[in-house]
Design a protein. Structure first.
Length: 482
């Protein structure tokens, strides 16, 4: 099958979150099982700088407002997956990030920037595509940024590929003013409840949900959750109507990049048979972060956006008492200013026990994942989550809330699961501080029982968290449409 994979970010070209990891890994996994995949992405400066073997493929003329754009071909620098980048300097080659300006505000013309991404995807997915030597069977577009793709396909009047919407986080919907409907070249008669309209606005994501031939989410539990009022963000009714077209497929991780036996960011390598060497990584992390070097002090790790969604306010509320009990805490992340300040103040109160690094650092993220004893991830909702899988892979059992992909990837450690060899972490049900604290205490109790702890670590490290099964599942979805 020829598959056009439409995304607003892809690692290692450009990354702000988990979408980039999926967009870097899933196309490669599909190619590994014989499918013909190309990535379509905006031509940000970072993308054009990192694209391997760049060359002009074609020019598209007269896009609404934008005018002419160039489609640049190339390959991913690590996997060689073919890439098509939309070169339009005044849209994409800017200081700042893919979605936000240097001050952290959304670009005011984001509807045009990603409406253009969707329109180009629709043009290239048409049987009348100007790229006549490669016309896709499937266009797989992701999140709100590609959400208008099937709407443009529907109203193009030409036969097109089958369309699949990948929902990575329903909370981000790409809602904008009604005026953008005609500005982007969509027919105004499509602006109603059975189309583009969503509570008086044009919604990119709603358009994708409504017009796509099939919908995927990044875990089976999240596929069910988004059809409920608690997690549906106002779209639960439409999603319930489309229930038979929704497929929950758990993400994988790049097991080459995230491998404690070969990770270049670690001072020492280890695997399930040499777990004692993990202690050397812990020692180096304690030294680097200015924590007391103590092999017996349980080290709790956090690598996350510091936001309400991630539940880190719950952890902040109990972190002081955990430090009083002798725990160490290593935090890497950024987000809500008040939450950032709360963790910084905690580090000042416990300077040898708590380390807080605001921002993101790839090396430190790997070192925390390997050097910590327990990984903390108490998300209120989590479509899939990748960090808990990194924790499993690195022998760092995670403490998670039972939601989304966390529920699908972590098995709670209790007497029964420890006995039958399925225990991999610690799971709690309700998003409140007390339940999180109890789950951490259960983890600490197991941590003190070294034999039990080693069993839980090895169970997690034995989990298949790669992309092979997921790629097969996506292929079945595509085949079902054809």
């Amino acid at each position: 099958m020829r598959i056009l994979f439409v995304t607003s970010e892809a690692h290692p070209l450009i990354k702000t979150g988990g979408l980039a990891d999926v967009s870097g890994s899933l196309p490669a996994a599909l190619r590994n099982i014989g499918e013909d995949v190309r990535i379509l992405i905006p031509g940000y400066r970072q993308v054009l700088d990192k694209l391997r073997n760049p060359r002009v493929l074609l020019k598209l003329k007269w896009l609404p407002i934008v005018g002419d754009v160039t489609i640049m071909g190339g390959e991913m620098p690590d996997t060689g997956v073919p890439v098509m980048a939309i070169v339009c300097p005044h849209l994409y080659e800017r200081d700042g990030g893919p979605y936000l300006d240097p001050r952290g505000y959304e670009w005011l013309d984001n509807p045009l920037r990603f409406g253009s991404l969707s329109r180009v995807a629709a043009i290239l997915s048409s049987k009348a595509s100007p790229l006549s030597n490669w016309i896709p069977d499937i266009v797989h577009f992701n999140d709100w940024q590609g959400g208008l793709t099937p709407a443009f396909m529907r109203f193009s009047g030409a036969p097109c590929a089958k369309s699949v919407l990948g929902i990575h986080n329903l909370a981000f919907q790409g809602n904008c003013a009604e005026e953008w409907v005609e500005k982007l070249g969509l027919p105004y008669e499509a602006y109603h409840i059975h189309g583009l309209e969503y509570y008086g606005q044009l919604s990119f994501l709603k358009a994708g949900v409504f017009y796509a031939d099939s919908i995927t989410t990044v875990s089976p539990t999240y596929a069910r959750e988004i059809q409920t009022p608690e997690f549906g963000f106002g779209m639960q009714g439409l999603l319930s109507d489309r229930s038979s077209h929704i497929h929950g497929i758990l993400n994988g991780i790049d097991t080459n990049e995230w491998n404690p036996a070969t990770d270049p960011h670690l001072p020492e390598h280890y695997d399930a048979d040499t777990l004692q060497k993990k202690g050397l990584v812990k020692r180096a992390l304690q030294e680097h972060l200015g924590l007391t070097v103590d092999p017996d002090a349980p080290l709790l790790g956090v690598v996350s956006r510091l936001t309400h969604q991630k539940g880190l306010d719950l952890f902040l509320e109990c972190a002081g008492s955990l430090a009083e009990e002798g725990c160490q805490i290593a935090i890497l992340g950024s987000g809500d200013p008040s939450m950032q300040q709360g963790f910084v103040s905690l580090a000042k109160a416990y300077p040898k026990q708590v380390s807080v690094t605001i921002g993101y650092n790839e090396a430190i993220s790997h070192q925390i994942m390997a050097g910590a004893d327990i990984f903390i991830m108490p998300s209120r909702f989590e479509p899939c989550g990748l960090n808990q899988m990194y924790g499993l892979r690195y022998g760092t059992p995670p403490v998670v809330r039972r939601t989304g992909g966390l529920a699908d990837s972590v098995c709670d450690s209790n007497a029964e699961s420890i006995a039958d060899g399925t225990a991999t972490g610690f799971v709690f049900d309700t998003a409140d501080t007390w339940q999180l604290h109890v789950a951490i205490q259960r983890a600490l109790a197991c941590y003190r029982d070294k034999e039990t702890w080693k069993k839980i670590q090895r169970n997690g490290m034995a989990q298949d968290v790669g992309w092979d099964h997921s790629a097969d599942a996506y292929r079945e979805v595509y085949k079902s449409l054809l």
